[in-house]
Write a protein that binds this ligand. Structure first.
Ligand code: TXE
Length: 481
């Protein structure tokens, strides 16, 4: 299918008629095109958004919540198609696309629609006056999203942005246009007012840059790599745009000596290799207490070697293709670096597939890989790889584990595995990060703050952190007579 821009409620090509090829990374086949838009298309989208702004922000929050529910209903009715499109665009297993991407895209709209009803007006009483805090729409906001969880992350921003009365100009990754297009199809089907949601496809430096620079776009919510995030901030900050940056990660999975080893094994596998490690929350550094390290590692290697790496549409596939041949080469270069830095590859590091299909020469497949023996300050262990590669490290004390966990420039997430929740909770609070799971991973309550520190970003989204980001508080103080 060919994706199109969605501007002012209609599907259009890029003004200059240029297109980009959309490739299925699991087969190397061309599955369609997307518009190669530029600043002129962004200008059209901003004009449509501005034209819709007054009427949309004049609706009550409940009326806008009803629109979110209609979008959720429309996506839910097409969930299987959503999952299939997402799997074909990204190479991820269809089973994963159903369970995570499609489900969460629906949940995001449902959650914010319901959450709106729980919001009360903030009032601050004084002896002689009353303060009323009004959350006003910002206006037109820019959303720029990555390729690893395409509609999961786009809907995570679109839902609260619309709920708070803003209109949207969004740019999905040029590698994954299909489910953004599906969202626009649903918006059109349910009759979302024209210009409320606008999607402009294309390259970052051409379309993303135009969104960052446009003076009528007053807030930017960006999810992507740290280096791109640095550029986003450099462009937007001098224009005093509100900025939310969800960037890279290099998260630690910490297994303490008193952990339930089977539970920790399952959790470490999920954290390490879900979506082929292409989730910023993945646990790519595995820190093991020395007393359990050998026992844990023997079982871990055996489990990793048994993982089925195959065609995404095969229900038994656990590891699908990476997003592209280019990304495959980048991840492989880090495995090579790991070996050069003194690491030993205990499993994986090769491209062969297992499962129901033979090797697909054009598929960007890489087996889940374990590297042991690296210093925790090496480049392989401190730079984001964003692939199915984990490194193994041993520690003797909680303090040593904390120092290791904090030894990268990132600070997004992590997990701690221990039967002693109090000990794990105390340890978790000393890790420089935004989220720590204890005896679980990627267990999400959408009311909680999501985001990181250091090179993992600025700001939080989720629950009222999203409502606050996508609105401007106005305080009205009324003096009592
Ligand atoms: O990011 P990129 P990718 C991170 C993850 C990894 C990266 C992978 O850690 O580092 O995202 O996604 C657009 N001006 N997270 O490779 O390249 C680009 O077109 C404006 C963290 O897609 O940064 C795409 O739409 N825009 C996250 C978007 O930016 C530009 C969870 C992201 O692209 C641009 C998921 C430019 N100059 C992934 N260049 C988290 N923390 O939650 C590119 N883009």
């Amino acid at each position: 299918m060919n994706a199109m821009n969605f501007i002012g409620g209609i599907f259009v090509d890029a003004e200059h008629q240029q297109t980009i090829e959309n490739i299925n990374p699991a087969t190397g086949e061309r599955i369609g095109t997307l518009p190669r838009s530029d600043a002129s298309d962004v200008e059209s989208a901003v004009n449509a958004a501005k034209a819709a702004q007054k009427e949309w922000s004049a609706l009550s929050i409940q009326e806008r919540a009803n629109w979110l529910d209609r979008l959720a209903d429309g996506l839910a009715a097409r969930k299987e198609e959503l999952a299939r499109r997402e799997s074909r665009d990204t190479g991820k297993p269809l089973v994963l696309a159903r369970r995570v991407d499609a489900q969460r895209s629906v949940d995001n709209f449902r959650f914010f629609a319901t959450y709106a009803q729980q919001q009360e007006q903030e009032v601050f009483e004084m002896d002689d006056a009353t303060n009323f805090v009004h959350r006003k729409a910002i206006g037109t906001v820019g959303l720029i999203t990555p390729w690893n969880l395409p509609l999961y992350l786009l809907s995570w921003k679109v839902a609260p942005a619309l709920l708070m009365g803003n209109t949207v100009v969004a740019k999905p990754s040029e590698l994954t246009p299909s489910t953004a297009n599906l969202l626009c199809e649903v918006a059109s089907e349910v009759g979302l007012p024209d210009g409320v949601l606008n999607v402009v496809h294309g390259y970052g430096p051409e379309v993303g840059q135009a969104i960052l620079e446009h003076p009528s776009i007053r807030a930017i919510s960006f999810t992507g790599g740290t280096s791109t995030g640095r550029h986003v901030a450099a462009t937007s900050a001098p224009m005093f745009k509100k900025l939310s940056l969800e960037l890279g990660g290099k998260n630690a999975t910490i297994v303490l000596d008193d952990a339930d080893l089977e539970l920790a094994l399952d959790g470490t596998l999920r954290a390490g290799f879900t979506n082929s490690g292409q989730v910023c929350l993945c646990g790519s550094r595995i820190l093991l207490h020395a007393s359990i390290a050998d026992r844990f590692l023997a079982k871990f290697v055996e489990r990793v070697e048994r993982m089925v790496c195959g065609a995404p549409e095969d229900e038994s596939t656990q590891i699908g293709a990476l997003i592209s041949q280019e990304h495959l080469r980048k991840v492989e270069s880090y495995i090579q670096l790991g070996i050069e830095e003194g690491g030993a590859v205990l499993a994986g590091g090769t491209r062969e597939m297992t499962g129901q299909v033979g090797p697909t020469p054009d598929g960007a497949f890489l087996r889940p890989t374990i590297i042991d023996g690296l210093n925790h300050t090496s480049r392989t262990v401190t730079e984001e790889i964003f692939g199915p590669v984990v490194t193994i490290h041993r520690f003797d004390s909680d303090d040593e584990a904390i120092a290791m966990a904090n030894s990268t420039q990132y600070g997004l997430a992590g997990s701690v595995w221990s039967k002693d929740a109090e000990r794990a909770h105390a340890l978790a609070q000393k890790i420089e990060t935004g989220i720590v799971w204890i005896n679980t991973w990627l267990h999400r309550d959408l009311r909680t703050p999501f985001g990181g520190v250091k090179n993992s970003g600025v700001g939080r989204e989720g629950g009222y952190w999203s409502l606050n980001f996508f609105s401007e508080p106005l305080n009205v103080c009324i003096k009592h007579d």
